[in-house]
Design a binder for this molecule. Structure first.
Ligand code: IMP
Ligand code: MG
Length: 174
């Protein structure tokens, strides 16, 4: 079965949006240092581009999580595959994600990070599929709201491929 990817958001559109979000974040965090927390692997492309557009001091850390499997997925419990290297206590933490879908992963993650006592905790996502939301999660910065379609590129994968596409595309099977 051949896979086809149709462009949903072009490289120019995505880059322009990331620049705008970076400018907004720079204003909102004026006089502070922002600590970006990337959720691997999908958030990595977005976080690197975003970090380059932020003009206040930036530090970074990474974490990797996975869902506990289909039967426990509804509980929203996620497993930490790789935890942060450094404590976030007292830091202005901004979680950077590729997409908020059901919201299960992020709502769990945000609660867990909140318990570690950051000075502030916000969420930034490149994409949001609001129609798919099951668990309420507050998003502070959103790149694009998109329809309920499976997208790839800019960090998002299908079967671990297509993360490197410089645009967001909808995958179809022929
Ligand atoms: P949720 O919000 O807990 O349902 O999970 C979001 C995660 O599911 C994201 O971080 C992605 O890894 C994955 N995901 C959701 N929608 C898509 C998509 O359209 N393409 C690729 N991955 C997706
Ligand atoms: Mg992800």
């Amino acid at each position: 079965m051949a896979e086809k990817v149709n462009v949903l958001l072009s490289e120019e559109e995505v880059d322009a949006k990331i620049k705008a979000i970076g400018e907004q974040i720079s204003k909102d965090y004026a006089g502070k240092q922002v600590h970006l927390v990337c959720v691997l692997k999908g958030g990595s492309f977005f976080m690197c581009e975003l970090a380059k557009r932020i003009t206040v001091p930036v530090s970074l850390d990474f974490m990797s999580v996975s869902s506990y499997g289909s039967e426990t997925k509804s509980s929203g419990v996620v497993k930490i595959v790789k935890d942060l290297d450094e404590p976030i206590k007292g830091k202005n933490v901004l979680v950077v994600e590729d997409i908020v879908d059901s919201g299960r992963t992020l709502s769990y993650l945000m609660e867990m990070l909140k318990d570690r006592g950051p000075e502030s905790l916000r969420l930034c996502t490149l994409l949001d599929k609001p129609e798919r939301r099951v668990v309420d999660v507050h998003v502070d910065y959103t790149g694009f709201q998109i329809p309920d379609e499976f997208v790839v590129g800019y960090g998002l994968d299908y079967d671990q491929r297509y993360r490197n596409l410089p645009y967001i595309g909808v995958i179809s099977f022929e």
